[in-house]
Design a protein around this ligand. Sequence first.
Ligand SMILES: [Zn+2]
Length: 140
Amino acid sequence: MAHVSVPKYWKILPQKYRLVAGKCKECGHLNFPPRPICEKCSKTDTQEDVELKGRGKVYTFTIIGRGAAPPEFAKMQKKCGPYAIAVVELEEGQKINVQLTDCDPFEIKIGMPVTAVFRQIYEQESVIRYGLKFRPALKK
Ligand SMILES: [Zn+2]
């Protein structure tokens, strides 16, 4: 994750707290995150905000071991040990890159159902950054 200055971070906060995609009124494609130009049909200003359910499954994942994390994650990693970064395929069909939490990274399996949670990501300039993570879905 690149360094994000505090004012910019707060500006982009609402998008980070809600799982919102831009649904294209022209072709129905869900752009996540919303962007000015539709990924699929390249039309501009055709997207409306759609809140995603935040449920999906693990499409693929990587375990980040000690020493391999970017500096802003080093403190957390020291506390929590290795963690997993996954590509989660949402029920809506989008694939997003997220960190998995509340689980042993060595027990993660491809196809495992996961749900969205908002968690502390890291601390920078004494501001605690929150963001989207996914955790294993509770068994019914
Ligand atoms: Zn489109």
